[in-house]
Design a protein around this ligand. Structure first.
Ligand code: BEZ
Length: 218
């Protein structure tokens, strides 16, 4: 049976404005439109507190929080758990491993935010959010979306790499090739007309495979 949109929510797409919401978090109440002003946000969900894969992932975010902050980015977690569960889990992980989740985690017990962001995917689970990551820029536009299933943890190197790639692309008006990482050459936007194509064919400042594929140092 196909579930209705009102039951499961919608999946926001790249380029959409991030839906606004108010929520209770481990750092107090937030209104998303006022959260992380002039900064990027990584909004991510995990299926449940006190579960093994989620504990490794949350610890990964916590251990690399300074790298996110250095990229002018705030972390905002979420699961369909109560605030009491979140507090107990944060404290438990700190006691057991010394890792402290020092960023807000939304207690989405009524599934309001999960549904707004398409994190509830009922053929995977009707009660737990999937592992979603939304990359949201300072204008609150959604720039990149990842959805992972319950049984596969995400890759923190890739999340940081993709965030940096978006920011470097924005700043320099270039695109990022396969496996791009900081320091690698970037892709010069391809020509849009014959004049630009002819110009590109005699441009020796970039590494040219052909007019449509040229790379340069930043
Ligand atoms: C986990 O984080 O280990 C997990 C959570 C929900 C379902 C399956 C695994």
């Amino acid at each position: 049976m196909e579930l209705q949109k009102e039951t499961i929510g919608v999946m926001p797409r790249i380029g959409d404005m991030a839906p606004d919401f108010e929520a209770i978090t481990t750092k107090g109440k937030i209104k998303f439109s006022e959260f992380a002003k002039d900064k990027w946000t990584i909004l991510f969900s995990h299926p449940a507190d006190f579960t093994p894969v989620c504990t490794t992932e949350m610890s990964g975010f916590a251990e690399r929080q300074e790298e996110f902050n250095a990229l002018n980015t705030e972390l905002l977690g979420l699961s369909i758990d109560s605030i009491h569960s979140h507090l107990a889990w944060v404290n438990n992980v700190r006691e057991k491993t010394g890792v402290y989740f020092d960023f807000p985690i939304i207690a989405d017990i009524d599934m309001k935010v999960s549904k707004l962001y398409g994190m509830l995917q009922p053929n995977e689970s009707e009660t737990a959010a999937v592992r979603a990551v939304f990359f949201i820029d300072p204008s609150k536009k959604i720039r990149l979306v990842m959805y992972y299933p319950l049984n596969v943890g995400r890759n923190m190197d890739e999340i940081l790499r993709a965030l940096e790639a978006l920011q470097v692309s924005d700043k320099n008006g270039v695109a990022m090739p396969l496996n791009w990482k900081k320091g690698d050459k970037v892709i010069v936007p391809p020509p849009k007309n014959l004049d630009e194509m002819n110009e590109r064919l005699s441009d020796d400042t970039c590494e040219r495979t052909d007019f449509y594929l040229c790379k340069r140092e930043l």
